[in-house]
Design a protein around this ligand. Sequence first.
Ligand code: HEC
Length: 131
Amino acid sequence: MKTLKLLFAGGALILLSASLTAQPKPWVVPANFKTMKNAVAKGDASTKAGLAVYTKNCASCHGKAGLGDGVKARALKTFPGDFAKADYQGQTDGDHFYKTKTGRGEMPKYEGKLTDDDMWNVVNYMRTFKK
Ligand code: HEC
């Protein structure tokens, strides 16, 4: 009986520590952003503008190819995400725009720092990371 209790307590502890180091919480995007129409047409001009915005503002954490391995990434407590993967590329443009605009935790908020058009440019650029 005593061993059973100990086992149970041990199991609970393992579960608790696993939940503390788990993946980041789901990031809820309001419906009006989720379905928002991208204001900037995809194409060479936007990709080029987005690359400039990304290199200057985002690559330090997200890495040159969006793998979440920028020079600052090691100092972060939260994994910035892998932009080549389906869980990123499967999101809508509006999801990416909203997260860039509002930020959360260690992800900076770019509202007031970048224009909406530049946020759409960088959203378009980040589509090029798709594998
Ligand atoms: C200081 C480091 C840092 C910089 C600079 C940064 N980010 Fe992030 N970013 C993060 C972190 C950390 C997360 C994960 C946040 C979370 O889930 O709580 C994140 C998450 C994201 C997400 C959501 C990813 C997903 O899988 O849902 C997007 C989109 C994003 N960043 C875009 C950008 C863009 C665009 C820029 C530049 C304009 C940028 N980030 C600059 C650290 C950074």
